[in-house]
Design a protein around this ligand. Structure first.
Ligand SMILES: Nc1nc2c(c(=O)[nH]1)N[C@H]1C(S)=C(S)[C@@H](COP(=O)(O)OP(=O)(O)OC[C@H]3O[C@@H](n4cnc5c(=O)[nH]c(N)nc54)[C@H](O)[C@@H]3O)O[C@H]1N2
Ligand SMILES: Nc1nc2c(c(=O)[nH]1)N[C@H]1C(S)=C(S)[C@@H](COP(=O)(O)OP(=O)(O)OC[C@H]3O[C@@H](n4cnc5c(=O)[nH]c(N)nc54)[C@H](O)[C@@H]3O)O[C@H]1N2
Ligand SMILES: [Mo]
Length: 575
């Protein structure tokens, strides 16, 4: 994020594009309500009438998979309306003419068929976003990122913020609000196949030299090779290129697309290790399980979406054989021939700071209690808490310090609906459950709110055409697989698209989703595949069937957990 989450309250206009904070980030949603109370204009662009649409000044129902066509027409309307900032473009950006060559082809009128958006409403939204006196924030989420043209859409959004000068000044910018509480942290700390901590490239020899020196190893030991992405593991395992997979804090058999195929691919591995805090479906097929401690049992630092580091401390000691993740990694490294030893997380953090200039000022002391540090932060001065807004004054992190404008042509999603699979399947989130549901699914209070087999949101007209009633169990299937789930008739969604959340184990949408990734970020197209849904006449059978499937699955996981061979008695797990 170029802006801060608390700063959202002071924006003049907030435009949400493919992002549903009321379900995904209630604290951010609260800030948006406050911004509205302080007079901000709200624009929501989503195929569903999400909660924030209720307080929006303009709500636009966009067709699924049409993002680039819409944003190009939006940029076109900004140029046409004279809302762009020519001076800022001249001084702080490059590539305007080439950018406009693409943009000028997309008018609000000629894109209407693709986007489903009325030109007058699009123009009104463009004016509202581009001309806000105090500045606009464009917030986006998985409605952008889990699409074929995800990276291209991010380029388009950033360019739109630049040409309208909604970046480089206070209270305005781009807000890709991140997913898990510490997914920003895992990227910051280099858990990416192409980066060391602090976004330092593995392909840069100077960077490798620096890390090799700090770690006391010859530079040749540090690979200059960009590793595989998580989403490529299955395919590469099947092709015999990946033999072992060390899976840490992920449950790919629940959360990656085309889950049945992935299961076969992972079962073919020579070695599968899972390091988790619960027995998941991926743990179930693992050769080795390394039990980690949970957030209540360890301390450390989380990075929030807006680059803010926050410390947290353990509340209770670890149970049984569980060890902190960092202890497990240190121990494995030591046994594999590179002795690694730390007394505590502060030692690790300080080593990291010394190697990452942009994080150097984020000392543990600053993060004491409710303290924080927001990167980039270079000074260790206790009163310096870092950088709430990036690119102020229009200085960017490119070699020439200018923003490079980028535009792309729209392409349709990979798997379009057809006669056999007439419905678009879009997979999203719900407020009561969390990602692979290992955590929330093991919480009794939450199962009272909602339980298996989960829900499929379907438009009342699509349901009526199939004889489906609200609350009934239905069968949903695609070219990949099938699943049973409960119909939730919902007039707030668009006709022709069904929405499932990816939380449910029995009603697992990822048995249906297409495994297709873009070639830049290798992110699956989770927001768009083709499927069909049908009513089940015998609801008594259906209810019994899903209850049985759920009981069997839970039983298998419990048996698997109980059957774990623990380390031989007397031999300490940690040397
Ligand atoms: N309760 C709860 N909270 C969570 C999570 C959870 O599982 N449960 N998961 C966390 C994680 S990992 C993440 S990444 C975040 C994600 O948070 P969000 O980004 O809010 O995630 P989604 O609900 O998947 O998708 C956002 C919106 O994109 C819309 N959309 C779908 N297709 C299109 C399209 O073609 N164009 C446009 N413009 N919009 C489209 C959907 O209708 C949806 O409302 O949430 C985090 N927070
Ligand atoms: N169809 C569809 N699929 C999706 C998505 C979608 O929108 N649609 N969204 C995708 C997105 S954005 C994301 S981020 C992924 C999320 O997918 P995952 O990362 O697989 O799911 P999570 O539930 O976030 O967490 C993974 C595991 O971490 C474990 N865990 C929690 N804390 C700790 C800890 O301290 N140590 C260790 N070792 N383990 C821990 C949990 O028990 C859990 O099993 O799902 C993706 N899958
Ligand atoms: Mo995520």
């Amino acid at each position: 994020m170029s802006v801060s989450i608390p700063g959202l309250e002071d924006a003049g206009c907030i435009m949400l594009f493919g992002y549903n904070p009321a379900a995904s980030h209630p604290i951010v949603a609260r800030r948006i309500v406050r911004a509205k109370q302080k007079g901000a204009k709200i624009i929501v662009i989503d195929p569903r009438y999400i909660e924030t649409a209720r307080i929006a000044d303009i709500y636009i129902r966009i067709n699924n998979g049409s993002n680039i066509a819409f944003l190009n027409a939006f940029a076109n309307a900004c140029v046409e309306g004279g809302y762009i900032d020519k001076e800022f473009i001249e001084e702080h950006t490059t590539g305007f003419d080439a950018w406009y060559e693409t943009i000028k082809k997309y008018t609000p009128e000629n894109t209407q068929k693709i986007t489903g958006v009325d030109p007058a409403t699009l123009r009104a939204a463009a004016k509202m976003y581009a001309t806000s006196e105090t500045g606009s924030v464009l917030g986006y989420g998985m409605g952008v990122c889990q699409q074929l043209q995800n990276v291209e859409t991010v380029h388009t959004i950033a360019s739109l913020a630049c040409v309208t000068h909604n970046i480089g000044r206070p209270n305005s910018g781009v807000a890709p609000v991140r997913g898990q509480n510490n997914v920003q942290g895992s990227c910051d700390m280099g858990m990416l196949p192409n980066m060391y901590p602090g976004y330092q490239k593995v392909t840069d020899p100077k960077v490798r030299e620096k890390f090799a020196k700090a770690w006391g190893v010859p530079v040749e030991k540090l690979s200059d090779h960009i590793g595989y992405r998580l989403t490529d593991v299955g395919e590469n395992a099947a092709a015999g290129k990946v033999h072992a997979f060390y899976n840490f804090g992920e449950d790919p058999l629940q959360t990656e697309p085309d889950a049945d195929e992935l299961k076969k691919q992972l079962q073919g591995l020579d070695l599968l290790i899972c390091q988790d805090i619960f027995m998941t479906q991926t743990c179930e097929i693992a050769d080795v399980i390394l039990p980690g401690t949970s957030w209540g049992e360890h301390d450390g630092v989380f990075s929030a979406s807006d680059r803010t580091f926050q410390r947290f401390t353990a509340a209770v000691p670890p149970k049984g054989e569980c060890r902190h993740d960092w202890q497990i990694f240190s121990e494995i490294s030591t046994r594999m021939g590179y002795p690694m030893h730390y007394e505590n997380t502060k030692e690790i953090w300080d080593e990291m700071r010394s190697l990452c200039p942009n994080f150097y000022g984020a000392t543990y002391e600053k993060m004491e209690g409710l303290g924080y540090a927001q990167w980039p932060i270079t000074s260790t001065d206790p009163d310096d808490h870092g950088t709430p807004t990036l690119f102020l004054g229009g200085t960017f992190t490119t070699p020439d310090h200018k923003a490079h404008l980028m535009a792309h042509d729209w392409e349709h999603p990979t798997e379009l609906p057809d006669e056999d699979y007439p419905l678009i399947l879009c997979t999203v989130r719900e407020v009561g459950h969390y990602s692979c549901r290992s955590m929330t699914g093991n919480c009794k209070a939450l199962s009272v709110l909602a339980d298996e087999p989960g829900f499929i949101q379907i438009h009342p007209e699509d349901a009526a055409a199939r004889g489906i009633e609200d609350g009934q169990i239905v069968r949903a299937w695609s070219r990949r697989g099938e699943t049973y789930t409960r119909a939730h008739l919902n007039p707030r969604i668009n006709k022709g698209t069904v929405y499932m959340t990816y939380q449910w184990w029995v009603g697992k949408c990822n048995r249906l989703t297409l495994h297709h990734t873009d070639n830049r970020s290798h992110t699956p197209e989770d927001k768009f595949s083709a499927c069909n849904v049908e009513a089940i006449a015998d609801q008594t059978w259906a209810e019994k069937h899903v209850a049985k499937e759920y009981a069997e699955l839970k039983g298998r996981l419990a048996d698997e957990a109980a059957a774990q061979e623990v380390a031989p008695k007397g031999e300490p797990v940690l040397a």
